[in-house]
Design a protein around this ligand. Structure first.
Ligand SMILES: C[S@@+](CC[C@H](N)C(=O)[O-])C[C@H]1O[C@@H](n2cnc3c(N)ncnc32)[C@H](O)[C@@H]1O
Length: 266
């Protein structure tokens, strides 16, 4: 379930723990399917932040116990892999920000198992039944159930990178693929900067990617000096206290460019 190259980078103890945990993960998506169906019935009620968070808790964040940084949300983990790999309040605030701008489509770059995909697609589609959610990844790891594929308007672009879709326009772009500086830049230049309404970057506080040329961390800080001259930029940075997160308590983080308010550069 994990590539050899990644496993070779982490110690044997962690590998054993990950493998043991993977054995306990359930292939049963009955609960997840029921939440997606309920969300589609909820419609505009999902625009209430408390309600959307409650739905996310029911759906669950990814049950990957090796992400110790999310221990602060231990009771939100589900028992399968299909949950957003996100800090719950951050992903919900990003979704509400994007929805307020009336999108009709979105692209997620880097979908992994598809937890954020399923939850986001259900949310946007509940607000706008014509909504299409596009997925881009270099590898097909998606665990979307047949029922989810049936209920949700999802279009797969897998395997592919942003090079393959360069120049295409989407209302919302969520960049969460390769977290190196070079790929963050490439995904933005290929697609993110063309977003009609919102371009979002995940992991603007992901200091673990700094060894990769500065990672998204460095690129986002560079963009703040330039893109802020043509569109509002906002950071969603909620703390996840715990010994596994950096001293300032910040981890993950979602950076937003509000292209709905784009203006001539100043
Ligand atoms: C952190 S995971 C995505 C998590 C997902 N967005 C979520 O919230 O649940 C990163 C994904 O990016 C994919 N990826 C890596 N390099 C990529 C690239 N250059 N273009 C697109 N996807 C890439 C990986 O295969 C992996 O599935």
């Amino acid at each position: 379930m994990m590539g050899k190259s990644l496993l070779s980078k982490i110690d044997k103890h962690t590998v054993a723990k990950v493998r043991a945990r993977a054995q306990t993960l359930s292939p049963d998506f009955t609960q997840a399917d029921a939440v997606i169906a309920a969300m589609l019935q909820d419609g505009d009620a999902l625009l209430n932040r408390g309600h959307l968070l409650a739905r996310l808790k029911e759906f669950g964040i990814a049950g990957t116990s090796w992400w110790k940084g999310l221990d602060n949300y231990a009771d939100w983990r589900n028992d399968n892999l299909l949950g957003p790999q996100q800090i719950p309040t951050e992903i919900v605030d990003y979704l509400l920000f994007a929805a307020a701008r009336g999108p009709k489509d979105a692209l997620e770059i880097g979908v992994s198992y598809g937890g954020t995909t399923a939850f986001s697609a259900a949310f946007f589609q509940a607000i706008n039944p014509e909504f299409t959610y596009h997925c881009l990844d270099i590898k097909d790891k998606t665990k979307l159930s047949p029922a989810m594929r049936d209920m949700l308007n999802i279009q797969m672009h897998i395997p592919a990178t942003s090079d393959d879709l360069a120049g295409q326009q989407f209302d919302v772009v969520f960049i969460d693929g390769d977290h190196s500086y070079d790929w963050a830049k490439r995904d933005f230049e290929n697609i993110g900067r063309n977003a009609r309404l919102v371009c979002a970057f995940h992991d603007i506080n992901g200091k673990e990617y700094i060894p990769q040329g500065g990672g998204v961390f460095r690129y986002w800080r560079e963009l703040r000096a330039t893109v802020s001259r043509e569109a509002p930029m906002l950071d969603i940075c909620h703390a996840v206290p715990g010994e596994h997160v950096s001293k300032d308590g910040l981890w993950m983080g979602i950076g937003l460019i509000d292209y709905a308010s784009r203006h001539d550069p100043v």
